[in-house]
Design a protein around this ligand. Structure first.
Ligand code: NDP
Length: 468
């Protein structure tokens, strides 16, 4: 018997905080080398004390104890040949976390930092996020410690084909439906789908993020970034404000950042920064649609670094990334609204002190878990509007689910139709989080709201489906 099941059913009604502490300790003991996963579990579980107090049936069925354990983890070898004819070997993985409300659904990440802890944190978050979308999708995540950066198209293709040669037997449109994430964009999705189709001998919606001409959905590339802006606009509305005339700081320069900036500009905001692993650009005049088109070409076609921006737009400045600093000067730039759209733990407590000192109004997470827990505490203490990633960036997976629906029906909705649905979904996620936060006694706390609302739907499905 593992420590996760040590509580006799019913013996814990008055000791929920202890139960939660014990659960966190047990997860820590069983996953000692998985700091990101522990961080994600701790955040969610802390929000759920009030829910467990109110719902003895969740405690009795040990819903939370079951939810912190993935249903299945698949790890595999990915051998491939580089252009010089050298054999290379990487590690691939798919974490199928929860199928309580639908097929496993979540992206694939190709990045040298990928390990089980990161994929489990992302898969765990995905369960709650997907639950919030209102659509029938479970949670999963996968990837490999492979870096597409600096590889030729043929090397990327050979890697993707080898990766899919193993993964294809575990996925399917009714089982598990991967999509993109960091390092997996349109090119990689094309190669992955091509190999899937060849091996499975069927053309189904088993991967989302496909190109429009062969099964993709309008707005899927834009969906995460647009959704972040829609979610943030809904948060601003609660204070009678809009983006008109607001200055925004955005990190990242990939899929999420590019489309968040696109929508923010459309909504009347002035975006003054973008970043990547080389550092960040500060363009006080604002990154307009023309400059954004230049960035898209740089990152998506030429695959260059943001340091080149200042050659094209000399009035902007570039600050190189400095890993020796204990804070990121990007977050010390004065702004009304802030959008971390690069990676996990990119804003720490020191950064949050800078943000609050500068009087920031809103922080909305485009990336997954970009703010450290002590940073989040500071933002909430200052009553800053804070949109957690699992709610604010759910637009991408929501439109992926719309892509699945279109594939099943073999039809294509118009751009306007998908954008309308995305907008509605983001509004619904916002309202669901706000309502749950209020119902459970923490009005305005979207972190608690997202965790509670996401949890309850999955928990109820698990109760209905018995001990599986
Ligand atoms: P991309 O690979 O398209 O872009 C990531 C960007 O972040 C790049 O500019 C990259 O720089 C930068 N970056 C990555 N790691 C670091 C780092 N350690 N320090 C500084 N910059 C870094 O990924 P996405 O835009 O798709 O994803 C960004 C975030 O959004 C991730 O957290 C992802 O999980 C999350 N997300 C993505 C969704 C999607 O639909 N794509 C959906 C929901 C969440 P460089 O170009 O130099 O590598």
């Amino acid at each position: 018997m593992t420590r996760l099941s040590k509580h006799p059913a019913g013996a814990i009604s008055s000791g929920v905080p202890t139960l939660v502490d014990d659960l966190i300790a047990a997860v820590q003991e069983q996953n000692p080398h998985e700091p990101e996963f522990l961080q994600a579990v701790r955040e969610v579980v802390s929000s759920l004390v009030v829910v467990l107090q109110k719902h003895p049936e969740y405690r009795k069925a040990k819903i939370l104890e079951r939810m912190v354990e993935p249903e299945r983890v698949i790890q595999f070898r990915v051998p491939w040949l580089d252009d010089a004819g050298e054999v290379c070997v990487h590690r691939g993985c798919r974490v199928e976390f929860s199928s309580a409300i639908g097929p496993y659904k979540g992206g694939l990440r190709f990045h040298p930092s990928v390990n089980l802890s990161i994929l489990k944190f992302l898969g765990f978050e995905q369960v709650f996020k997907n639950s919030l979308t209102t659509l029938p999708i479970g949670g999963g995540k996968g990837g490999a410690n492979f870096d597409p950066k600096g590889k030729s198209d043929m090397e990327v293709m050979r890697f993707c084909q080898s990766f899919m040669s193993e993964l294809y037997r575990h996925i399917g449109h009714n089982t598990d439906v991967p999509a993109g994430d960091i390092g997996v964009g349109a090119r990689e999705i094309g190669y992955l789908f091509g190999q899937y189709k060849r091996l499975a001998n069927e053309f189904t919606g088993s991967i989302t993020g496909k190109a429009l001409q062969w099964g993709g959905s309008h707005i899927r590339p834009e969906a995460t970034g647009y959704g972040v802006a829609y979610f943030a606009a809904a948060m601003l509305e609660t204070r009678g404000e809009s983006f008109q005339g607001k200055t925004c700081v955005v990190s990242g320069a990939g899929n999420v950042a590019q489309h968040a900036v696109e929508k923010l500009i459309e909504l009347g905001a002035k975006v003054v920064t973008l970043s990547d692993t080389s550092g960040f650009v500060h363009d006080p005049a604002g990154i307009d649609t023309e400059k954004l088109a230049w960035v898209k070409n740089l990152k998506n076609k030429r695959r260059g670094q943001m340091e080149e921006y200042v050659d094209a737009f000399p009035k902007a400045s570039f600050t190189p990334a400095d890993p020796t600093l204990h804070y990121n000067p990007l977050w010390a730039i004065a702004a009304d609204c802030v959008f971390p759209c690069a990676t996990q733990n990119e804003i720490n407590a020191k950064d949050c002190e800078h943000l609050t000192a500068n009087g920031v109004t809103l922080i909305c997470e485009g990336a997954n878990m970009p703010t450290t827990p002590d940073g989040v505490d500071i933002l909430l203490e200052h009553r800053i509007l804070f949109g957690p990633g699992k709610a604010a960036n759910a637009g991408g997976v929501a439109v992926s689910a719309l892509e699945m629906a279109q594939n099943s029906m073999r039809i294509t909705w118009s751009r306007e139709e998908v954008d309308r649905r995305l907008h509605e979904i983001m509004r619904s996620i916002h309202d669901t989080c706000a309502d749950a936060a209020e119902t459970y006694g923490t009005p305005g706390n979207y972190v608690n709201g997202a965790n509670i609302a996401g949890f309850c739907k999955v928990a109820d499905a698990m109760l209905d489906q018995g001990l599986v």
